[in-house]
Design a protein around this ligand. Structure first.
Ligand SMILES: [Zn+2]
Ligand SMILES: [Zn+2]
Length: 366
């Protein structure tokens, strides 16, 4: 028995009061714990989704800047053709990415929609944890003009942490060259509906397009095309013709939504209880987001199959809030409507072999 084993055993005996029964029970607990650890490690190492045909989407953060124990900041994972990208990495979202069992060491890229803190807060975790999990080259981060500056800042902030880890675990396991993120500024033309292909590889085409989140400029959304299927992420935007244009015929439109009546009520109550500062903030947000009914109009005009709400302001916490949030939506859009939740997964099989889509809640955290 090693010295450590003896110390541990001694502790256990004390904890259990020395009874044989307690020791046997503890031995059973150890086996159970080992099995749970083994199961968790196997799930973490599962890379099958990378080889799985079709276009896969996991909602890793459906929240907003408003605190919500059930929703992380905005983050959407898209996996297809061996590529694994995240659109935004809001605060708390990385935990959901990890708990969803996604192959984090294979993270190919992060795509930023804009630089509000609720969309970039966990970028440092994405850089660090994907590297710890085995990422072997620098992490590419694409976004509108200004991305390189933001990413350079994160690299600077995490440089000491990266150094500690390489020294601690060795260059072989934590190669310093793979640690940083590399920002890529993608330029768009001046047109209100300007777009640009960010990259096209392994059959996945990623297109960036301008949206309207003024005074936040630039702000963009993304379209993903793979195997005849398509998914669009709106990013933060007021109702935008550019989203209609770029979501034409998409299978799934993941659109932000702010419920104006509910936010108006929050603002009025804030004023009444002497929190005018909060009231002003709430009212200011009304102008640069899209209401659920407006998002339904965008989905209808674009002819999408499924509308998924994300970046929910405020996040519905019960059936009553959910009904208020969705009021009027079904009058406008007759396709499937989904109120996004963290961990929700969509699997789009390749067209034209099959036109099915499966949805499941694969994990929940945030
Ligand atoms: Zn924003
Ligand atoms: Zn936002």
């Amino acid at each position: 028995m090693s010295a450590l084993g003896g110390i541990m055993r001694g502790r256990r005996v004390r904890v259990c009061g020395g009874s044989l029964l307690a020791l046997l029970a503890l031995a059973g607990c150890d086996r159970l714990m080992d099995r749970q650890i083994e199961h968790a490690l196997q799930a973490r190492a599962d890379r099958t989704i990378l080889q799985s045909p079709g276009l896969h989407v996991v909602l890793c953060g459906t929240g907003s800047p408003l605190p919500d124990k059930d929703r992380a900041g905005p983050c959407t994972a898209v996996i297809a053709g061996g590529e694994f990208v995240l659109v935004d990495v809001g605060p708390g979202a990385w935990e959901t990415v990890d708990l969803a069992g996604l192959p984090i060491g294979d993270l190919s890229a992060v795509l930023l929609t804009h630089f509000h803190s609720d969309h970039i807060g966990d970028l440092g975790e994405a850089m660090t944890q994907s590297w710890i999990a085995g990422r072997t080259r620098p992490l590419d981060v694409y976004g509108p003009i200004g991305t390189t500056r933001v990413v350079d800042g994160f690299d600077q902030a995490y440089a000491a942490d990266q150094h500690y880890r390489t020294v601690h675990h060795s260059e072989q396991y934590m190669p310093a060259a793979a640690a940083p993120a590399v920002g890529h500024d993608v330029a768009l033309g001046d047109a209100p509906e300007a777009d640009a292909v960010v990259f096209e590889r392994n059959g996945l085409r990623v297109t960036m397009f301008r949206v309207h989140h003024d005074p936040v400029v630039p702000a963009v959304g993304y379209r993903f095309d793979y195997g005849g299927r398509s998914v669009v992420v709106s990013g933060d935007t007021a109702k935008s013709a550019s989203v209609v244009t770029h979501a034409k015929g998409a299978d799934v439109l993941i659109h932000e939504a702010l419920q104006p009546e509910m936010m108006g009520r929050i603002a009025a109550v804030a004023d009444r209880v002497g929190q005018a500062r909060l009231g002003k903030m709430a009212r200011d947000t009304l102008g640069y987001h899209t209401s659920p009914v407006e998002a339904a109009e965008v989905a209808r005009d674009a002819g999408v199959g499924t509308l998924v709400f994300t970046h929910l302001v405020p996040g519905p916490r019960n059936i009553l809030m959910r009904r208020m949030f969705l009021a009027g939506v079904s009058d406008v859009f007759r396709g499937e409507v989904v109120v996004g939740e963290d961990g929700m997964r969509f699997d789009l099989t390749p067209a034209p072999v099959e036109h099915g889509m499966n949805r499941s809640a694969s994990a929940g955290a945030g």
